[in-house]
Design a protein around this ligand. Structure first.
Ligand SMILES: Cc1cc2nc3c(=O)[nH]c(=O)nc-3n(C[C@H](O)[C@H](O)[C@H](O)COP(=O)(O)O)c2cc1C
Length: 415
């Protein structure tokens, strides 16, 4: 039998649990990607009901989307009378992917001549559109005016991305990645409690070079930092993600700065915090040591006996010593349960919060999708237990917001 912690480890955070997504598919060449989109929305816990335009059915069959969604697919307002009113009434969110130039023009002008455009007018909740078309169509001022009108009404846009298009041309018009579309749906359904805040997150390892080929590094995968960046974006923050080398895809909407060495990480964090930030979350495993000397060419192995190391500069100490500094969250990866070293580290480095991480605990630490941490600040501790890194990310941001609200409370009273 599988242990409960192993079961927990395999449990993905279902951001759309008990949410009902009304997915409108219009007739773009990217419509074939919606079978995967439906499957991934369901993986995230959503129930999905699909509506299709006539043109969409030229690109993918209703049967495919019926199988993917395990639900009836609606293709006409006359198929089942009044569904253009009842489907929107039952939905939490409406997502249009791909959204053609035509459907966006109809939405912007209140035209209701098929199931999708009619249901749009009858829907009162959040709407996300994922435009996809040829780049000339996308850049056309008439299309841009229609899109702008929708955005001014609070409708959210995800994508398009730039790159090679189905027509053989290149430019802005590719349907956003499925993961980015789902992130946008989750964000549209999440309280925007970090709106107006700038969050800087560092993630991943650094590499300290011995020569142009060899380096010293560590086991950090970057997953914890990337989860924090995604959670902050979902909650409405402006996010700068400063990352060492990882195999992860940058969350859409984040400004990504890729670095290699601890010195580059220090420079990027300094530059970004100087521009102003609400909070700096240092989830990166920055190397403590670097080779005292770096060979310009590959060293001959016979000649290497020992490697002399120098300490790297401590990034948090440097940022914390500045007069104008953000709220600083550090991480302490330890190989045992004792919190003392982490607490001391928080005090000596003048952090506002530290996330203690016993990397020897099952399911915690490097490379895993789960973690188990203790969030320590000046007022107390929060033990998270074994949870997904996405959930831990939210717990860290929750605690930050709680402290910030408490700190500002007396100031608000004074005014
Ligand atoms: C092969 C092919 C690919 C097309 N791809 C797109 C597309 O990616 N985006 C778009 O806006 N229109 C595209 N169109 C044009 C739409 O299908 C057309 O404007 C249609 O009227 C859209 O109808 P709908 O918005 O009701 O689905 C394509 C047409 C064809 C024939």
């Amino acid at each position: 039998m599988r242990s409960s912690s192993a079961a927990r480890r395999n449990q993905k955070l279902k951001r759309l649990k008990n949410r009902s997504v009304l997915l409108g598919v219009s007739g773009g060449v990217a419509a074939y990607k919606t079978a995967d989109l439906v499957r991934r929305l369901k993986d995230d816990g959503a129930s999905v009901t699909v509506m299709m335009t006539g043109a969409a059915q030229q690109f993918i069959t209703p049967l495919s989307l019926q199988v993917a969604s395990q639900n009836t697919v609606y293709t006409s307002i006359f198929q089942d009378p009044l569904t253009h009113i009842s489907l929107p009434a039952q939905a939490d969110i409406m997502l249009i992917a791909p959204a053609t130039a035509n459907i966006i023009a109809k939405f912007a002008n209140g035209i209701a001549d098929d199931i999708l455009s009619t249901a749009f007018l009858a829907f009162q909740g959040p709407v996300v559109v994922a435009p996809s078309m040829n780049w000339k169509m996308y850049e056309h001022p008439v299309f841009q005016a229609n899109l702008k009108r929708l955005l001014s009404l609070g409708i959210r846009q995800v994508g398009p991305e730039s790159g090679p298009l189905a027509c053989g041309e290149e430019g802005a018009g590719r349907l956003a990645e499925v993961a980015a579309i789902i992130d946008a749906v989750a964000a549209a359904m999440t309280e925007q409690d970090l709106a107006g805040k700038k969050v800087i997150v560092s993630a991943g390892p650094t590499r300290e070079y011995l020569d142009p080929v060899r380096f010293i590094s560590n086991r950090s995968s970057g997953k914890m930092g990337f989860s924090i960046a995604r959670a902050a974006l979902r909650r409405g923050a402006e996010v700068v993600l400063i990352s060492g080398p990882t195999a992860l895809k940058s969350p859409s909407g984040a400004v990504l700065r890729q670095v290699d060495t601890a010195a580059q990480m220090l420079r990027a964090v300094t530059e970004e915090t100087e521009k102003g930030a609400s909070v700096l979350i240092m989830a990166a495993a920055v190397a403590d040591f670097r080779p005292a000397e770096q060979a310009r060419t590959k060293m001959e192995k016979q000649r290497v006996r020992a490697i002399a190391l120098d300490r790297t500069e401590d990034i948090i100490t440097r940022i914390a010593s500045r007069k104008k500094r953000p709220f600083i969250v550090g991480f302490a990866a330890e190989t045992g349960p004792d919190l003392k070293r982490a607490m001391l580290k928080m005090q000596t480095k003048k952090m506002d919060m530290i996330v203690f991480n016993d990397v020897t605990e099952e399911g915690a630490g490097f490379e895993t999708d789960t973690n188990s941490v203790v969030i320590i600040d000046r007022k107390g501790k929060v033990r998270t237990g074994l949870r997904s890194k996405d959930e831990i990310a939210d717990a860290i941001l929750d605690r930050y917001l709680k402290i910030k609200t408490r700190l500002y409370f007396p100031i608000l009273l004074k005014n």
